[in-house]
Write a protein of this length. Structure first.
Length: 229
C-alpha cells in the first residue's frame, strides 16, 4: 500500500521540521511538502494534492481557518483532510474548524502520542472509505465513518492519562453549574492542580470540554473549562 501523503504547514521552521521528521518515522505516512505561510500552503495543496494537511492556524499571511475554508471551497482541494494544530483554545476557533470539516483539532503543546493517535485515526478512516468503493454499507459502518475525528476514543489514551482518573475529572466537570477552573476540579477530585489541568486539557482536545479565559482586574486570565453535552 502506498503511504498516506501529508503536507505540513507551520510558520515556525523548526516546528515544521520536527513534525516532518516525526510523520516520516511512521511507516504509513510520507511528507510531500512543507509550507510556512497560508499562501504557500494553498499553492502546494493544489500542486501536490496531499491526502492530509497538518495545518497550523497561526500563519503570517492568511489565518489557518481561512486556509481551511479555501481548501473546502475549491473542487481541486475539497477532499483533502485537515488536522488543525494550534495554541488557540477559544470556542470560536474550534467551532469554525469543526464546521470547516477539520478531522482533528490538536492544542499546542501536545505530545508525540497525541499526534500519532490522530494520524492513526486518519489512516483508519481512509482505509474504511477506500476498502470497498461503491459498496452499500449498514448503519454501524456509517456511524463508524461519520464519527471519525469527532471524539477521541479513550481506548488509546496518551501516556500520563488514566481512564479511571479521566472519567472522574469528567464527572466532576459535569457537576459544575457552568464552568470550573483547574483549581476547583483539583479540590473536587483530590488531585493536584497540575494533574487536574493536564486532564482538563486532554478533555478539551478530545472534544469533551471547552475552555475560555475569564479576565480579572489584574494578572493573567483564569482558564475556565465547561463540559460538552
Amino acid at each position: 500500500m502506498s503511504p498516506r501523503t501529508v503536507l505540513v504547514v507551520d510558520d515556525d521552521v523548526a516546528v515544521a521540521s520536527i513534525h516532518k521528521r516525526f510523520i516520516e518515522s511512521l511507516e504509513e505516512f510520507t511528507v510531500v511538502g512543507v509550507a510556512h505561510s497560508g499562501g504557500q500552503a494553498l499553492r502546494q495543496a493544489h500542486a501536490l494534492k496531499p491526502e492530509l494537511v497538518l495545518l497550523d492556524l497561526y500563519l503570517p499571511d492568511i489565518n489557518g481557518l481561512d486556509v481551511l475554508a479555501r481548501l473546502r471551497a475549491e473542487d481541486a482541494t475539497r477532499d483533502i483532510d485537515v488536522i488543525a494544530v494550534t495554541a488557540a483554545r477559544d470556542l470560536e476557533s474550534v467551532r469554525r474548524a469543526k464546521l470547516g470539516g477539520a478531522f482533528r483539532y490538536l492544542v499546542k503543546p501536545f505530545g508525540a502520542g497525541m499526534l500519532r493517535d490522530a494520524l492513526a485515526e486518519f489512516a483508519q478512516s481512509k482505509r474504511r472509505l477506500d476498502t470497498q468503493p461503491g459498496a452499500v454499507i449498514d448503519q454501524s459502518a456509517i456511524d463508524a465513518i461519520m464519527h471519525d475525528g469527532r471524539r477521541q476514543s479513550t481506548s488509546a489514551l496518551p501516556k500520563g492519562i488514566g481512564k479511571a482518573t479521566l472519567e472522574r475529572v469528567a464527572a466532576a466537570l459535569a457537576q459544575t453549574e457552568n464552568s470550573a477552573s483547574a483549581v476547583e476540579i483539583a479540590e473536587a477530585t483530590g488531585m493536584s492542580r497540575v494533574s487536574a489541568r493536564r486532564y482538563l486539557e486532554y478533555l478539551t482536545t478530545a472534544g469533551r470540554a471547552t475552555v475560555a479565559p475569564r479576565y480579572g482586574q489584574t494578572g493573567r486570565p483564569e482558564m475556565r473549562y465547561s463540559p460538552v453535552s
